[in-house]
Write a protein that binds this ligand. Structure first.
Ligand SMILES: NC(=O)c1ccc[n+]([C@@H]2O[C@H](COP(=O)([O-])OP(=O)(O)OC[C@H]3O[C@@H](n4cnc5c(N)ncnc54)[C@H](OP(=O)(O)O)[C@@H]3O)[C@@H](O)[C@H]2O)c1
Length: 260
């Protein structure tokens, strides 16, 4: 029997997989043996990142601006054409944020953030149900991994009101989906990152990549997360070793939520 951590023969889709956390996750899944499709709003950027992740056909770059349901439906159709009718792992990672003081928080900070972080992950799940169901087996179900945030689980006071609301909601949808899809051999879990060095947290690091001391003071382990740490958790939640785990929301945050 193969290792319970092996993803050979599985297919995965990582939205927003051309950069940041999505890229770290896509690399982890590809290194564990999966064939991975990644998306970016720029098809060229996605294709270039896919080539860097794997010089064979094991990583494919697709283009999608996931701010409308139509784009999610189109992405599912393109995935089927390129990668076929099975999807073992759907990683809803693409996300946006908006920060402003409560007095000035604008109405325009809601629509896109909720569309990309909350509605389209659900639409993608709905569209991919046939492919997930075909891939899932009782002893090794298909997986939905929703990238939430500790900002949706505890009050970090980031001034990102629509963002933290969208993340709390995706954690709840994950639980709802887990219950509804368990009998169809599909699990759903949420990963709740703390602070990782990506574009979204660039304002918390200086030019030398030193992390803002005020942020470090709030992290029990006194550092940001590392790429191979988020990759390893994603591989675990995608492989046979985690077949019996569903409906969870797992913080990966150096202790902010757990030790709070
Ligand atoms: N970094 C952290 O510390 C942290 C903490 C908690 C949660 N997260 C979550 O991790 C996920 C990835 O964020 P990140 O930290 O890697 O930030 P990032 O570098 O800014 O990446 C954001 C990703 O979302 C994609 N995206 C944004 N708007 C999109 C749209 N309209 N359509 C399609 N894709 C879109 C981007 O794709 P393109 O720009 O290539 O189109 C990019 O891949 C997000 O869900 C974020 O909330 C991050």
């Amino acid at each position: 029997m193969s290792s319970p951590f092996d993803l050979t023969g599985k297919t995965a889709l990582v939205t927003g997989g051309a950069q940041g956390l999505g890229r770290m996750i896509a690399e982890g899944l590809a290194n564990a043996g999966a064939r991975v499709a990644i998306t970016s709003r720029s098809k060229e950027k996605s294709a270039a990142a896919a080539k860097e992740i794997s010089d064979s056909e094991m990583c494919v770059g697709l283009g999608a601006d996931l701010s409308t349901p139509k784009a999610a439906v189109d992405l599912a159709n393109e995935f089927r054409e390129v990668l076929g009718d099975e999807l073992h792992v759907l990683v809803n990672n693409a996300g946006q944020s908006w920060g402003a003081d409560v007095d000035d928080f604008p109405d325009e900070a809601w629509d896109d953030v909720l569309a990309v972080n909350l509605q389209m992950p659900f639409t993608l799940v709905r569209e991919f149900l046939p492919e997930l169901e075909k891939a899932g087996q009782e002893e090794d179900p298909a997986r939905i991994l929703n990238i939430g945030s500790i900002a949706g689980a505890t009050a970090l006071r980031l001034r990102a009101y629509s963002y933290s609301a969208s993340k709390a909601a995706i954690h709840q949808i994950t639980r709802d989906l887990a219950g509804d899809l368990a009998k169809r051999n599909i699990t759903a879990n949420a990963i709740l990152p703390g602070f990782f060095p990506t574009g979204m947290t660039a304002h918390l690091r200086d030019a030398e990549e030193q992390v803002n001391p005020r942020l470090l003071a709030k992290i029990p382990m006194k550092r940001m997360g590392k790429p191979d740490e988020i990759a390893a958790l994603s591989v675990f939640l995608s492989c046979r070793a985690s077949a019996y785990i569903t409906g969870t929301a797992i913080p990966i945050d150096g202790g902010i939520v757990g030790c709070g």
